[in-house]
Design a protein around this ligand. Structure first.
Ligand code: C2E
Ligand code: CA
Ligand code: CA
Length: 524
């Protein structure tokens, strides 16, 4: 009856409610899922991007806010990807040439290019005198030169690797490590540079210096190979050679040279040092007014040691102060001896960067002038451009102090250092010596002539006198004469000689320009 019907309708109600609850649950689940699923995808994707996987994009078809968000996300991912590509590219390439750089080479080598027994040679290649080209002919030309060298090197077939280390330096990694194959590569590289680079105003001759290290003979990891090739390159530059292979003695050499330190101390006090003098010829008067003092070491067992073998040791060990002191003192007494014989020959002495760091140096010089009662011009000082560049402010201050005492100064080896030509204005100098590397090819090398001419002209506007060193032939002397160079020095005039020879030389042999003057007359 009634109870039965109530129970039935209650059951209906329960069933209905269950269905409604179930439907509601389904609905909620569906709704939640359609929101969270795309979000879950986005989160997943964000994790992928953070982990460096850029290849996937999020596909969300909804056109609502979620779809837009996904779109933005994909765009952002693209931007990140591009930026990262650019950063990686920059880390592994040189901005000037867009060639792979040192990092690239190291990655390449470490991922299997250089193995413990691979027969390879590493060439460290340096373009000569880029700095001087930048300064005298302009940066644009310097950059074109670097780019061109990069292009040409890259064009060599069968390279294992070719990278631009930076500035004007490149590295080639090639197969083969015997002398023959190294010579073969050297020849191929040199031939590649034979054609001068045609620029609007000038033909640039490309000159390279190379240091070579070999794997596995010298080393079998890229870091050592790079270091050894760099050592070899420094030796090539110092010896002014085109190419030099690394030799273990280059490091052993150092140990040997260090053993010289103690002996050098004794040498200075026991007069084993000796000065040679190299005449400088005045191109106007065809006469010798000045000589450069060049130190030699008469070693009791080893014989005569050239300055290149011990000056740098003296500089590194603090002996250079007493060495320079000895040289200045000896030059002063030589000046006096010549002067007593009626010869007015002044002497130029080389000083080191280290001397300019000794605050007492000007005072010590003054002491010598007083002791020998020298006129100001008796001795002048030659200081290399690089000596000033390492700490320009204090070096220039010191040079000013010296010059204020009346002593004349010249810049040595000009054009090889890294100072720009405009620096000249800051140097308190009277004379500038053009490095011999510009003189060697002055006849056939148009750009060397352009550089020399630019240096001479600028120096003259600044009231600085110009001397060229390393002049070995009359033809070179003639060109320099025509360009208005004031003096020349080199084997064409005379090799460095001892004081006793100087006296007869200035009396008898000094006239060097007769041929040149006759040629001049004939032209007129
Ligand atoms: P430097 O000042 O550039 O001296 C010129 C060097 O070139 C000398 O070598 C000289 O013998 C050489 N030379 C001269 N004419 C010619 C030439 O026509 N052709 C060629 N190929 N070479 C020529 P040296 O005497 O062996 O001196 C080497 C360097 O040692 C000097 O270079 C200078 O930097 C340094 N030095 C020499 N004496 C002293 C010194 O007393 N004190 C200091 N601090 N350094 C010195
Ligand atoms: Ca010199
Ligand atoms: Ca020099």
């Amino acid at each position: 009856g009634l109870i039965q019907s109530i129970r039935e309708s209650w059951q209906h109600l329960v069933t209905l409610e269950s269905v409604i609850v179930l439907l509601a649950l389904f609905g909620a689940y569906y709704l939640a899922n359609s929101i969270t699923r795309p979000i879950r995808r986005l989160v997943h994707q964000a994790k992928d991007v953070a982990g460096g996987h850029y290849d996937k994009t999020v596909v969300i078809t909804e056109s609502n806010e979620l779809g837009q968000l996904a779109n933005e996300f994909n765009l952002m991912q693209q931007a990140v990807l591009e930026r990262e590509k650019a950063i990686t590219h920059r880390a592994l390439h040189d901005p000037l040439t867009e060639m792979p750089n040192r990092n690239f080479l190291i990655q390449q080598a470490e991922s299997g290019l250089v193995t413990p027994d691979s027969a390879l040679s590493l060439f460290h290649i340096d373009i000569q005198r880029t700095k001087a080209i930048n300064d005298t002919l302009g940066y644009e030309l310097g950059n074109s030169l670097i780019r061109e060298v990069g292009e040409r090197l890259r064009s060599l077939p069968d390279l294992k690797s070719c990278v631009h280390l930076g500035a004007d330096e490149f590295v080639l990694l090639v197969a083969g490590n015997d002398d023959e194959s190294i010579e073969g590569w050297h020849k191929r590289i040199a031939e590649l540079m034979d054609t001068p680079l045609d620029c609007s105003r000038i033909q640039l001759h490309i000159q390279l210096t190379m240091g070579v290290s070999r794997s596995p003979d010298d080393a079998n990891n890229i870091h050592q190979l790079l270091q050894y090739a760099d050592t070899a390159l420094s030796h090539a530059k110092a010896a002014r050679k085109q190419i030099q292979s690394y030799q273990a003695e280059m490091d052993a050499d150092l140990a040997d040279r260090l053993s010289l330190v103690n002996e050098l101390k004794t040498a200075i006090v026991t007069n084993q040092l000796q000065l040679f003098y190299q005449p400088k010829l005045d191109l106007k008067s065809d006469k010798i007014h000045q000589l450069e003092a060049l130190v030699r070491w008469q070693h009791p067992e080893r014989g005569m040691i050239p300055p290149d073998a011990f000056i740098s040791i003296a500089e590194q060990t603090g002996l250079i102060d007493s060495l320079t002191h000895w040289v200045v003192d000896e030059a002063a007494s030589q000046y006096q001896r010549w002067s007593e014989k009626g010869l007015d020959l002044t002497i130029a002495v080389n000083i080191s960067a280290e001397n300019l760091k000794n605050a007492n140096f000007p005072q010590e010089l003054k002491g010598v002038w007083q002791r020998y009662n020298l006129p100001d011009h008796a001795i002048s000082l030659e200081v290399t451009e690089s000596a000033v560049v390492s700490d320009p402010e204090s070096a220039v201050a010191m040079l000013c102090e010296i010059r204020d005492t009346g002593i004349k100064l010249s810049i040595d080896d000009y054009g090889t250092g890294y100072s720009s030509l405009s620096y000249l204005k800051k140097f308190p100098i009277d004379r500038l010596k053009i490095d011999r590397s510009f003189v060697i090819e002055i006849e056939k090398n148009e750009e060397d002539r352009a550089i020399v001419r630019a240096i001479i002209d600028l120096a003259h506007t600044l009231n600085i006198s110009v001397i060229a060193e390393g002049v070995e032939s009359e033809a070179q002397a003639y060109l320099l004469h025509v360009m208005g160079c004031n003096e020349i020095q080199g084997y064409f005039v005379s090799r460095p000689i001892i004081a006793a020879q100087v006296e007869s030389f200035v009396k008898v042999d000094a006239r060097k320009l007769q041929g040149i003057n006759e040629r001049d007359k004939a032209l007129r």
